[in-house]
Ligand binder design. Structure first.
Ligand code: GAP
Length: 488
């Protein structure tokens, strides 16, 4: 039963009617269920078996993704030779390409194609007064409890019961733990010199609001966008790159007329959902989560998360917040500067802000989860990362059919050298062609080119498609055009 088709199980649980049962079993039950051996559950009902099977499949999927990321150079634990450091990850040769592609697609679609949106690159460390005005020094906290025996720390809101989940020891009372990393400016470690690593990039946008308005003289609505590092001293980690202490954020602050904020909120929610669908994330793995009014952040009138069905369950991929005029008003009050916007009629007002905000690492993990698949043939298992070609780290791989035939190598090198001016191209002449195809499939390369003996005669190469595995002959002088169309 456990081995029943994975696809059937997924369909079963992705079907709305079955979701509520599935939800009850999510993360909380995870460790309990994965412990049961297949034989032990054979007498259970179909639903339980499918649920257990699905949970096991998802745990296995996460392990496979983590292992692929390490093996092929997407993600490494930071400072690994010294035992790593919790919540910090390094991105290897393929990981950095993947992240760069995500960031540049976001920048292209959120900034460059939009006449009314401009970019910014502010510093990571701001004047500490910024974090007082934004409310972070007071409110950017998580409730924390510590075990009096083993001294492990836990998020109080994630604990079940009154005992330490690790050793059963007694827990301290709840105290509020500020997630901002502190640092000191200058040579003296004095309170007066204390500063913070930014926990979100948007405050750099708010404090530059007047500068940007003065330089571009926009009309409402308009947006200021930023991509950059964020730092949070998270209490609980886990789930690979999902929750990190250092991560990259992509944030847009979209300034609108008060009263039009709800309309623009709905607009951005739709836009951002479509952005993920366009990247190839299936609708069944995305959903909205409306934050209850009483749980809203201190600055928010409304927050909706776009959640993704990660291998460990549904979790926040992106947050959409209506920040109202909270930030501009507070910075104006705190700095004494007039941060109101003057509209066409000469009236001064504080615009409302709609903020789509997302971490690059979360998108990377969602795309890896979405794209990972295994196809069994008679001899081997083909692992494929079906990444959108726009996001794939390598776009084209070039192979000479035989590495010991100088004429083939020379021609393949010429093609490689020519294409690498336009795309990120890989070269591979190890092993046989089948192995090279599989190796590229596993990292998501959408196209492979093989130069064979016929190439020397007809000036055509074999182009093989990652997803369909179909091969077609394309003239060498048409290759650039061919890939430009396919990768657009
Ligand atoms: N300026 C709004 C803001 O910071 P948030 O919901 O706290 O809102 C926005 O964070 C997004 O940043 C999240 O939806 C998530 O994608 C990402 N993010 C937040 N904390 C993260 C962490 N510790 N590790 C990785 N990504 C994180």
């Amino acid at each position: 039963m456990i081995n029943a088709s994975i696809e059937n199980m997924i369909d079963f649980f992705c079907d709305k009617r079955n979701r509520s049962t599935w939800h009850k079993l999510r993360i909380a039950n995870f460790p309990r269920f994965v412990k049961y051996p297949t034989s032990q559950v054979s007498g259970w009902g179909l639903t339980s078996c499918l649920q257990i099977g699905y949970i096991e499949y998802m745990a296995d999927l996460m392990e496979k993704i983590v292992s692929l990321c390490k093996r092929r150079g997407f993600v490494f634990p930071s400072s690994e030779i010294y035992g790593g450091i919790g919540g910090f990850w390094d991105f290897g040769p393929l990981g950095v390409e993947l992240k760069n592609n995500i960031k540049s697609w976001w920048w292209q679609t959120m900034v460059q194609i939009r006449e009314e949106v401009v970019g910014l690159d502010s510093t990571i460390i701001h004047n500490p007064k910024v974090w007082q005005a934004s409310g972070h020094t007071l409110s950017f906290t998580d409730p924390l409890r510590e075990c009096k025996s083993c001294h492990q720390r836990f998020r109080a809101d994630q604990l079940k019961g009154e005992k330490c989940p690790e050793c059963g020891g007694k827990l301290t009372e709840v105290k509020q733990f500020n997630l901002m990393f502190e640092t000191f400016i200058g040579s003296a470690k004095e309170t007066a010199n204390k500063a913070y690593l930014r926990p979100e990039t948007c405050q750099g946008i708010f404090v530059n609001f007047a500068n940007v308005v003065d330089t571009i003289q926009p009309k409402l609505p308009f947006g200021i966008a930023q991509i950059g590092k964020g730092f949070r001293n998270e209490i609980t980690l886990g789930n690979f790159i999902f929750r990190d202490r250092e991560f990259e954020m992509m944030e847009l602050e979209y300034f609108v007329k008060p009263g039009e904020d709800e309309k623009w909120f709905d607009y951005w929610l739709k836009e951002r959902l479509n952005w993920y669908l366009d990247l190839g994330i299936s609708k069944k793995n995305l959903r909205f989560f409306e934050h209850p009014k009483k749980a809203l952040a201190h600055y928010s009138k409304r927050t909706v998360d776009i959640e993704y069905q990660f291998p460990f369950g549904w979790a926040e991929l992106e947050g959409m917040a209506n920040r109202t005029d909270f930030d501009l008003k507070n910075h104006a009050k705190s700095s004494g500067k007039d941060l109101r916007f003057q509209d066409e009629k000469g009236e001064k007002l504080y615009p409302y802000v709609i903020e789509p905000s997302v971490g690059v690492e979360r998108i990377a993990l969602a795309l890896l989860t979405e794209g990972y698949r295994e196809e069994k043939d008679k001899k081997e298992t083909r692992v494929v990362l079906a990444l959108n070609p726009k996001i794939a780290p390598v776009k084209v791989a070039v192979f000479p059919l035989l590495p010991n035939k100088p004429a083939l190598v020379k021609k393949a090198r010429e093609i490689y050298d020519d294409l690498k001016n336009c795309f990120n191209v890989a070269w591979d002449d190890r092993g046989n062609i089948g192995k090279r195809y599989y190796s590229q499939d596993e990292i998501g390369t959408p196209f492979c080119i093989t130069v064979d003996f016929e190439t020397l005669e007809d000036k055509k190469v074999t182009v093989r498609d990652r997803d369909s595995m179909k091969q077609e002959r394309i003239a060498i002088d048409k290759l650039k055009e061919f890939f430009q169309t396919k990768l657009a």
